[in-house]
Write a protein that binds this ligand. Sequence first.
Ligand SMILES: [Zn+2]
Length: 367
Amino acid sequence: MMKLESSRLKRITLSRGRGERYSHHAGGIPRASSVHAISKNAAVVTAAVVFTCIGLLVGCGVDATGSSGRTNQAAMEKADVAGFSGEYPIKVVCTTGMVADMLRNIAEPHVSVTALMGEGVDPHLYKATPADVSQLSHADIIFYSGLHLEGKLGDTLVRMARRNKPTWPVTDQLEHNNDERLLQVQDGFYDPHLWFDLELWGECGLTAADALADFDPANAEDYRTRAREYQADLMEVLTSSREQIAQISEGNRYLVTAHDAFEYFGRSVGLNVHAIQGINTEAKASVSRINELVDFIVDRKIGAVFIESSLSDRNILSLVEGCAARDHEVKIGGELFSDAMGKPGTPEGTFVGMVRHNVDTIVSALK
Ligand SMILES: [Zn+2]
């Protein structure tokens, strides 16, 4: 086993504000030129603000930090923390399967990757178990999706960051730059289901690779090269997804699902997306929204709606019944993987496999 000398590392935390600057490679691939962390002294004040914001309010779509909804400027304190100095493989703990899949692709075998959330798990509602806290505590570095996807895990992630554990949202750079390709759902809040824009998700891989490169400079080039390869693989999947979706006649390109996880996907492949619940599954579906969607489906003679692996099918069944009562038969087009991948060891247990499954399912139901 190799051992590395401890190096100094700047890292990012949950509480980063908007003030830091990023540079761009000549080739147009953005990367972090500097990353920052909260200091131990400032952590008491700033983390209390962030704890309240993320743990209690953000899950409901409200930010304690004001109407802009951005993270608190006061939480921009900085400190250096040590880089990796242990034995390989580096212990990486991720929240969702999609983030874990990204890290596996760009960093194995230098790292061993663990995901807290398995198949069928809803990240919006997921709370840390004692075993999760133990896993996070023993991690060398933590990666999460961000944009408030992990609403109820937020307080746990903040605690880890306060302990100077490197804790990175893979969407950080896009959010930090207020990237115009992010979908804004209300003032200052972005749709977190970013993995379904494969172009953006590939860029998130570069962000993760930069974080790993800073943490483990000995393998920096490897992480960055692999992240570019991962990005290229995703672009191939995007191209074939677009070709497949184009087989659906234009008047039938409607994707109706239980919650609003597919806006990025719809935008990137050319589908009109409609959902019963919003981008967060915390609020219950309203009867009026279901009735509105029944009208929509009946008016456009939409032939299929879709259930999601990480959500109950109850609301979708209400839609089907509502349409039947209006003499319109709409079938369940199949199960889509939205906020969680499939079972490990199956094709859908990888991110690329999950996307391909979704595209195949949608095309065969709507074509
Ligand atoms: Zn979701």
